[in-house]
Each structure stands twice: as structure tokens, then as C-alpha cells.
Design a protein around this ligand. Structure first.
Ligand code: NAP
Length: 285
């Protein structure tokens, strides 16, 4: 029998419903959370992501600003814009869409974003707070992974979670968040020896490697929860995850599809972070 499919679209809609209600309540009090998105250059995928973020703001009643800058924008001009947004009172969240053109130092730009407006959760202070377990704005995709697992009613505490991938955006923070939820976490990467021996012990397997359909049924313990973060564009234009969904669902427990699994959660978590940042900034004002 095939495994149950985790419906990220539905979970995401449920969270967005609650956010919409909260923003409506705040709007009535004369307060509107504001998100600024900065896009530099013409990257096609980035343009789609930015449009989706703009749409989410519109749908949920947030104020939004999108700054579309040319590919040739200098680092100092971009830093000047970030500085302006840091000081702007109607903006509570700032997201600079990555990747940036090669002549711009991404780290310098991320470091320049005010910690309390860093709704992507990439600023070193937010990352450090995540590591030591202090309150912080969490990176959106990893936070979405945890939320998806929890809202599907899956217990994380005491489970063995294996994460494949150790990037700063997904693998590392997901591992830390799973640990925070009291899972015992094993991390795998491209140099891991005998990876299948480890993944076959996983009660929860999170895959974030960027290789289409890489993980097949032979990596999976029967009944394991499978969270596929991968988003790979195939030659035929279709989107594929890092997990071979068709073969894995025959042995696994609950499994996320691609599309419709982790993907929809990322922007939803961005909206949640923006609301959290907005309320904190309002309370401090
Ligand atoms: P990344 O920065 O390229 O990192 C990939 C990680 O996977 C690295 O740690 C790498 O190991 C590891 N890896 C690569 N090949 C491997 C293999 N054969 N065996 C074991 N480990 C391997 O990628 P990322 O930014 O984390 O993204 C991963 C995937 O998630 C991509 O498909 C991306 O599009 C997707 N993604 C989706 C969302 C979303 O919203 N759903 C958000 C972000 C990313 P090394 O460190 O040893 O090189």
C-alpha cells in the first residue's frame, strides 16, 4: 500500500488563513506589517520567487515593496538601499533575493540587514542564536520543514532523524531545529561513507541535496517519514524532488511530494517571520 502524502499546500493554506486573520486584526488597529524584497538582475527563477512573495503579501494584507535593480547595480548602491530599508518604519522585514550577481559580496549584504528585520534568518546573529537555542528569526525553508512535520501530527522527539545535505540555507539549520525538537540527528553530505547504512536507520529522512530523484527506496527504512526539500528543474521543464517519489512511497511512511510539499511552506514561513518581526518592532517602538 502506498504511503500517505503530506499535503504542504493545505498546511500552508491553514497557516496563511491564521496569518490573514491576525493581519486583519492589526490592520483594524492601524498597523500593517511591511516586507521589502530586493531583486538584483534578471535571474528567471528569482523573478518567479519574488512575484510569489509579492502576491503572498497582497493576499494576506501586508504592505510590500519590491525593489527591482539592474544586474549592473554596484555593491555600494545595494548596501545603501539596505541601509535605507533598515531605517524605514513601515518596513519590518527585508529580504534580498539570492543569488546576487557575482560582483556583489553576498555576505556583506546579508550582514548589513538589521538583525530584527532579517526575515530570511541568514544574518550571523540569527544563525548564532539558532545554534545556542536563543529566540531568533528562523530560516524559512527549515522552519517550514519542522512545521510541516509537526502539523502532520508526527512526533519528532526521540526519533532518529537523518538529514542529507549540509548547506547553510537548508541542511545545517534543519539539523539544528530537529535537534531542538529532541530528535537524534545524523547529518550526511557528499563525503559520507556508506550513506545508505545511515539513511536506512532514519525514522525521519530529510533530503536537501539538489539532485533529481537521487534517493530511491533502497535508502529508506520501511515506514520512515520522508521530507523532500529538493527542487530540480528537469530538461522537460517539470519540477522534481531529490527523492524518487514513485518508488519511495511504496516503502516509506508519510512523504512530501514535489511540487506541493515543502515548497509552499517557504513563503508561508517568510510571511510568518515578517509578522513576528513586525510585532516585535512595534512593541519596541
Ligand atoms: P546546496 O547548497 O547545493 O547543498 C547541497 C548539499 O547536498 C551539500 O551539503 C552537499 O554536500 C550535499 N550533497 C550533494 N550531493 C550529494 C550526494 N550525492 N550525497 C550526499 N550529499 C550530497 O543546496 P541547497 O541550497 O541546500 O538546496 C538543496 C535542494 O533544496 C535544491 O534542490 C534546492 O533547489 C532545494 N531548495 C528548496 C527550497 C524550497 O523552498 N523548497 C529552498 C531551498 C533549497 P557537500 O557539502 O559535501 O558538498
Amino acid at each position: 500500500m502506498s504511503a500517505p502524502v503530506i499535503n504542504g499546500k493545505q498546511v500552508s493554506e491553514d497557516i496563511r488563513g491564521a496569518l490573514r486573520e491576525e493581519v486583519e486584526r492589526l490592520n483594524k488597529l492601524g498597523f500593517t506589517p511591511g516586507l521589502a524584497v530586493v531583486l538584483v538582475g534578471e535571474d528567471a527563477a528569482s523573478q518567479v520567487y519574488v512575484r510569489n512573495k509579492e502576491k503572498a503579501c497582497h493576499d494576506l494584507g501586508y504592505y510590500s515593496e519590491v525593489h527591482r535593480l539592474s544586474e549592473s547595480t554596484s555593491e555600494s548602491d545595494l548596501l545603501a538601499l539596505v541601509d535605507k530599508l533598515n531605517k524605514q518604519e513601515d518596513i519590518h522585514g527585508i529580504l534580498v533575493q539570492l543569488p546576487l550577481p557575482k560582483h556583489i559580496n553576498e555576505k556583506a549584504v546579508i550582514d548589513a540587514i538589521a538583525v530584527e528585520k532579517d526575515v530570511d534568518g541568514f544574518h550571523p546573529v540569527n544563525v548564532g542564536n539558532l545554534v545556542i537555542g536563543d529566540d531568533s528569526l528562523l530560516p524559512c525553508t527549515p522552519a517550514g520543514v519542522i512545521e510541516l512535520i509537526k502539523r502532520t501530527g508526527i512526533e519528532i522527539s526521540g526519533k532518529h532523524a537523518v538529514v542529507i545535505g549540509r548547506s547553510n540555507i537548508v541542511g545545517k539549520p534543519v539539523s539544528l531545529l530537529l535537534q531542538r525538537e529532541n530528535a537524534t540527528v545524523t547529518m550526511c553530505h557528499s563525503r559520507t561513507a556508506n550513506m545508505k547504512e545511515l539513511t536506512r536507520q532514519a525514522d525521519i529522512l530529510v533530503v536537501a541535496i539538489g539532485r533529481a530523484n537521487f534517493v530511491d527506496a533502497s535508502y529508506v527504512k520501511p515506514g520512515a517519514v520522508i521530507i523532500d526539500v529538493g527542487m530540480n528543474r528537469l530538461d522537460n521543464g517539470k519540477l522534481a524532488g531529490d527523492v524518487d517519489f514513485e518508488s519511495v512511497k511504496e516503502v516509506s511512511g508519510p512523504i512530501t511530494p514535489v511540487p506541493g510539499g515543502v515548497g509552499p511552506m517557504t513563503i508561508t514561513m517568510l510571511m510568518q517571520n515578517t509578522l513576528i518581526a513586525a510585532k516585535r518592532l512595534r512593541d519596541q517602538a
